[in-house]
Design a protein around this ligand. Structure first.
Ligand code: BGC
Length: 908
């Protein structure tokens, strides 16, 4: 950590924002992302005196916790926002009680560790005080701010005080409803139960502010005051009751299935479920009110096999200026495949329209994006029949404006037949399917004119190892007995010997990347592929012969190795979180609204602007890669990281991620890491949870958003997830990373793991996951390049190295099993002898209990422990390390880290 970080951490004062102008972007993003759910004519409210209650009034939650937490200077609370907007707060007495209670509770707390508080931004969200008669005021209106925090490592729970109101909150709200003429409910939380609103008609307005960043308090207050006309729309469905969600009762740890969740709802997630199963939501996907009214009129529809274009005139028919989002949904014909009632295929937000003003909005769809996934053919297909095009301003308020009629079923794209679940999944489907009658303008598509795209690819069954001319190389992996799942034969290619070259020579075009990498010893390659936090020191001769001034940058989530900056010209790229703003312990950065609120703006150019603003913060902190956007699907409203992710719908998720990516990467210097690829849809058992999903659900929902982001945004990097999908850790799945991500979609950056996964790192590299974060033992990887035996301690346990980081707040263990891995079905053995009189280690006893070891004592009191397992020998090829290194260096050589390195270099 640098000095300002230490100072900030100790004093709690994180300093000034590096880019004060970013506040304005954060404000606009919040203002457009807040959704007006209910308005019985009471908003906007002219500034005056209001009674303000609720723990969120002053304890406004502006972001989530964990890596999504942002240290920032002065996040604006709802109370501050209302005051700046001209309101007088009449309830200071109650608010003070609330504040004091929170302060004392946190002071007394012993449950949160230093790391929880200082790194993850966790604090105790104390229960608010009861509102007594004495706290009530003469005002007509009360504003009640309901808040919840959420974050990494824990899902939310369907219990009071979380998804439901706590008893105290319910009592307080009732008290307000009884006393005040009207109550404005501000939801400073993610999706939660709102069924109580029905029994409290005095709640006349509901504003869903979510966790809307450092300017959230100002934005919500300006909406209340009418300075801003709300234009946010939901990107999730609010159900009438939690039980209405198809995952209720099964999600995360609700029924002990967290280690192997089976996605029985298949493609029916969110509005796809509610529409198709005729379950009425409380507030549907795409919904959000405005203070004005809009009229939508479709003026033209055109279609051919390339694209469908729908032109809509939007007119502001009300009395206030505002923005509207036109949404286009398509209902596909039912056939061999059942289809959701409708799916979002395009959307566009207007500029701010004055009363009476209109604008033409053009919505474009790639025609083959109407395809559904057919598992038996491993293809995208469009079935014969009517495709109804619906235009509206939410998923339920739509009008069928056109029908596209297809004469025969066509196959639009053939893809690799991969990622099967371990067993067939008995997925739910609606009892009845609607086959839609043609409506509106009728257009025809002829099957014979469709050209099938074929993106299947045979993955190479060999890999190339580059060896400098004149050097000998003998492949050990080719003759090794143990063959990993994604084994490829090693083939040697000789390249020019460039022993003195550096990455700068590659950048200048003087040597090729392959020539440079061929000349790097494995000790260097493994450090490039594992990054910082756990690396050990390794010296190489200085090829650059320069003086390098130190970079004064903070430390955070991680970085690629800094060991070879001076010697080989390989820059260290800083990789910092996260989706709502730079997460830098002790340092102030812009806290934008969280991903979910950003998406609720439905404004992709604003998303791009947020990306650009983020790039400014990155530049200030010398960060090359931001570990964002998070873009997993909100499979259930209780997903602990839903706030970081955009939506229950992959189309809007993909569009948002692509726009944000374009913003961050606008000058090609800094990049994003779209994450978590794939299936981090719950936090319970996130390290090992094995999500069983049908290939169709994967293709249509869980992969879809990433596919859009990759094809349209061209992210520099991708982060794999902790969890497994259909039996394999995502980082170890070559079908996922190479067949689909690289070969089908054309991804050409590098892939990194999430921080500290449970996957086998050699398998990760073999799968095409190039960078192991947050660091890994270089020695362990080296041992996989050759046969190494375990190192045992005297008590029979295997030797371990403890690595400590973040000033000792995080520790990790590296064990020294060498090439050997314990396995009760293995056919190899390793033995160690424990001298008489030595206490046998607990872990040896555990291994015996688990059936992977046996122990026998001889007459002299010596115990021989025999471990059963597999000797994997040399199961990592030099070529695999080179391949991963090349992909990492290809990104680094053009990154801001390289520019920084060049600026710091003084030739001697
Ligand atoms: C999270 C990632 C994050 C990483 C680095 C992990 O715990 O899952 O999203 O980017 O930490 O902070």
């Amino acid at each position: 950590m640098n000095f300002s970080q230490i100072k900030g951490t100790v004093t709690g004062n994180y300093g000034d924002l590096p880019n004060p102008d970013n506040r304005e972007v954060a404000y606009r993003a919040a203002a457009e992302g807040i959704v007006l759910l209910k308005n019985d004519g009471m908003l906007p409210l002219a500034p005056g005196s209001v009674a303000l209650f609720g723990a969120g009034a002053e304890g406004t939650v502006y972001c989530g916790t964990g890596s999504g937490y942002v240290f920032t200077s002065h996040p604006v609370t709802v109370k501050e926002g209302l005051t700046s907007a001209g309101f007088t707060i009449s309830t200071d007495r109650w608010l003070k009680k609330c504040r004091e209670n929170e302060r004392k509770t946190n002071k007394k707390d012993k449950t949160l560790s230093l790391l929880d508080r200082k790194w993850s931004g966790l604090s105790i969200m104390a229960e608010e005080p009861l509102i007594g008669e004495i706290d009530l005021t003469e005002d007509k209106t009360a504003v009640y701010v309901l808040r919840r925090s959420c974050g990494e490592t824990a899902d939310r729970k369907p219990v009071r005080g979380d998804y439901y109101l706590s008893e105290r909150e319910e009592m307080n709200l009732k008290k307000l409803a009884d006393h005040y003429h009207s109550v404005i409910l501000v939801l400073n939380t993610c999706v939660m139960d709102l069924s109580f609103v029905k029994s409290m008609p005095e709640i006349k307005a509901i504003l869903y502010m979510g966790l809307s960043g450092m300017e959230g308090g100002n934005a919500v207050a300006d909406i209340i005051a009418g300075k801003i006309n709300p234009s946010g729309k939901l990107t999730d469905t609010f159900a009438e009751r939690y039980e209405d969600y198809p995952t209720a009762g099964h999600f995360a740890d609700q029924d002990n299935s967290a280690l192997r969740p089976v996605y029985r709802e298949g493609i029916y997630v969110g509005y796809r479920y509610f529409d198709s199963f005729k379950v009425k939501p409380l507030y549907p996907f795409g919904y959000g009110l405005s203070y004005t009214n809009f009229k939508l009129e479709t003026v033209n529809v055109e279609a051919d096999w390339k694209s469908i274009t729908v032109t809509v005139r939007v007119e502001n028919t009300g009395t206030l200026s505002g923005k509207e989002t036109v949404q286009l949904y398509v209902s596909s014909p039912q056939g061999k495949l059942h289809k959701p009632y409708k799916e979002l295929k395009a959307f566009e937000k207007t500029e701010c329209l004055k009363p009476g003003q209109d604008a033409l909005v053009k919505l474009n769809i790639k025609t083959t994006d109407l395809s559904s996934f057919c598992e038996s053919q491993s293809s995208w297909i469009m079935e014969a029949g009517n495709y109804i095009i619906r235009v509206g301003n939410s998923s339920v308020y739509t009008t069928a404006v056109a029908t596209l009629t297809l004469d025969e079923t066509v196959m639009t794209k053939k893809v690799n037949d991969v990622l099967h679940p371990e067993d067939d999944i008995d997925e739910i489907k609606p009892e009845t399917f609607v086959n839609h009658k043609a409506e509106g303008v009728i257009l025809h598509l002829k099957a014979k004119d469709c050209v099938t795209e074929d993106v299947r690819n045979d993955m190479d069954d060999y890999l190339i190892t580059y060896i400098p001319e004149g050097k000998d190389y003998h492949s050990l992996v080719n003759e090794n007995k143990f063959k990993p799942q994604f084994f490829r034969k090693e083939e040697v290619k000789y390249v020019k010997n460039c022993p003195d070259s550096t990455l700068l020579d590659v950048k200048n075009g003087d040597v090729t990347m392959e020539e440079f990498v061929a000349g790097l010893p494995p000790e260097v390659l493994v450090r490039i592929c594992t990054g910082t936090l756990e690396e050990t020191e390794h010296k190489v001769p200085d090829r650059l012969r320069v003086k390098l001034s130190k970079l004064d940058a903070p430390t955070s989530s991680g970085a690629t190795t800094a060991q070879y900056e001076k010697s080989l010209g390989i820059p260290s790229a800083l990789l910092f979180d996260g989706p709502g703003g730079m997460h830098i312990i002790g340092c102030s950065a812009t806290a934008f609204p969280v991903g979910m609120v950003l998406a609720q703006s439905w404004n992709v150019s604003l998303m791009e602007e947020v990306g650009r603003a983020m790039a400014k913060d990155m530049e200030s902190f010398h960060v090359s890669i931001v570990l964002a956007p998070g873009m997993n699907i909100h499979r259930d409203p209780l997903g602990g990281r839903n706030f970081e992710y955009y939506s229950e719908d992959p189309f809007i998720s993909g569009q948002c991620a692509a726009a944000f990516t374009k913003g961050v990467q606008h000058d090609g210097k800094r990049g994003v890491a779209i994450k978590h690829f794939l299936g981090n849809n719950q936090e319970a058992e996130r390290l090992d949870g094995d999500n069983q999903m049908s290939v169709r659900a994967l293709r249509e929902l869980y992969l879809k958003g990433f596919e859009i982001a990759v094809k349209e945004g061209h992210p520099m990097t991708v982060m794999t997830s902790y969890n497994k999908v259909n039996g394999l850790h995502t980082s170890s799945n070559r079908d996922l990373l190479t067949s689909i991500l690289r070969n089908e979609w054309g991804f050409d950056g590098f892939i990194m793991t999430d921080w500290g996964t449970n996957s086998d790192k050699v398998f990760d590299l073999q799968a095409g996951n190039d960078l192991i974060m947050g660091g890994y033992s270089a020695e362990k990887l080296i041992s996989a390049l050759s046969f190494t035996v375990p190192e045992f301690n005297i008590d029979g346990s295997v030797n371990k190295t403890i690595i400590s980081r973040h000033m000792g707040m995080v520790k990790s263990e590296i064990d020294h099993w060498g090439s050997f891995v314990c396995d009760r079905n293995g056919t190899d053995f390793q033995k160690t002898v424990i001298p008489a009189g030595t206490i046998i280690a607990d872990e040896v006893l555990k291994a015996i209990h688990d059936g992977v070891a046996e122990a026998q004592q001889d007459a002299n009191g010596q115990t021989t422990v025999v471990y059963r397992g597999t000797d994997r020998g040399t199961y990592l090829a030099l070529g695999t390390l080179q391949e991963c290194t090349i992909r990492i260096l290809n990104v680094l050589k053009n990154s801001s880290a390289m520019d920084d390195l060049i600026k710091r270099t003084k030739y001697l």
